[in-house]
Design a protein around this ligand. Sequence first.
Ligand SMILES: [Zn+2]
Length: 461
Amino acid sequence: MKKNAPRLDFSEAPLKNRAFSEKPMSFIDEEPKTFLSAIIDMIAIETGNRIAREHWQHKQLQNLLEHAGRRSAFWRERIGAKKIKGISLSDLPILTRSDVVKQVEIEGSLLPSDTIATSKHATSGSSGTPVQFFVSEMNQRYNPLRSVAQYFMEGRDLTLNSTTFKPSFRKRTEGGFVVERTTGWLGPLNSLLKGGTGKRISYGRPNRDLLFKELMKDPIGYLVIQPSLIESLFHNGNISFLRENGTEMFIPTGEEADRDLRDKFLAARIPVRANYSSEEVGCIAVECKDCPENFHVAQSNVIVEVDNRDCVVVGSNTLGRVLVTHLHSYATPFVRYDIGDFAILSTGCGCGHDGPVLSNIYGRKKRLIKHSDGNVSRFGLTARHILQIVKCDEYRIRQTTLDTIEVEIGGIDQLNADEIAALKSLLKERAGDEFQIHINAVRNINWGNNAKRLAFHSEVS
Ligand SMILES: [Zn+2]
């Protein structure tokens, strides 16, 4: 029998004994209610009827373009004489990283400061062209919400712990990491539900023994982590430590988890569920629970196109350029933004989901540096750190031998002694003291056929 109502049922929700409001004429307190209702919004849009969803997206795109056209000469010129009411995405030009740099430099944030708070961010992605941009408070609220919504969409166990790793070099400690514990990871829903505890670990170059000691203190639960960190911690390939310490799901983030690593987790009976996101736009797509390596596009946040005019061939697959339109990017609009990745876009998923799906996402290479003692470690360096020292258009860092790193800083003629010293010490801090660092200023970096323009790669095999 066809069911014409979604089943909203809390019989399996781990409600707290005092979950509900004790105030007169209320049911759920304001804060958890607002959060819960926003989660229902997202689930309704992303799992509901496709026509309704796409109509909503179309209207949101119009709203964004009207705003951008009103507040920005840059965007007025791109929109030109086209009528926004009848506009489709393909009428607009592709937005490159350098377009964004130009718009932000000339016009700053497009949201007036008395409307909604904005803050400045920079890409920490793998691309060699750094981008600074503005995000609104709404964007910052959306991302944690979308992350929790995924647990509800899949019916994942909310009582498990969550252990999230975040690269950061700001705090220097003996172990090379800082632990921050929370009583729950469900945000405002912590007052309603008995969720697991949350642990956030910011790390630079962590000491393996001390980090393992920390991980043994509590069951790990959902493990949100960069694949390169897993590989540097378990370079012998044996991840049984994670299973023994209660890892229930591996959620790779920031980079792709390659087949080998996925197989190791599957052999340890730990499911893998990757996120595809970026600093600029937040969540782009989430891996399907039934069809591994297929990603449902987060349509409450973005419209994704794949431009096949400019493609790369990887194995037997032809992949097109991923263009992302962030529907809520009112501070710095990202419309048809070339995010620097390649993929295949399909109109539906094998699991039955009626929405766009990305597969064969290519370009999120792991950043591993190789050491002469045979170890590998994660190379964490963001565009922000380079830009704090020198204002450049692009940069490239290459490990050329076991003890040499070559750095090219693009778009400038000369670096002064202070800049060179600061760059050297930054590189040594991130890579290790044993490296010789060579730094060169160049007008244009010769990327050759490196379409991805990776900011860092190791040529040592
Ligand atoms: Zn699916």
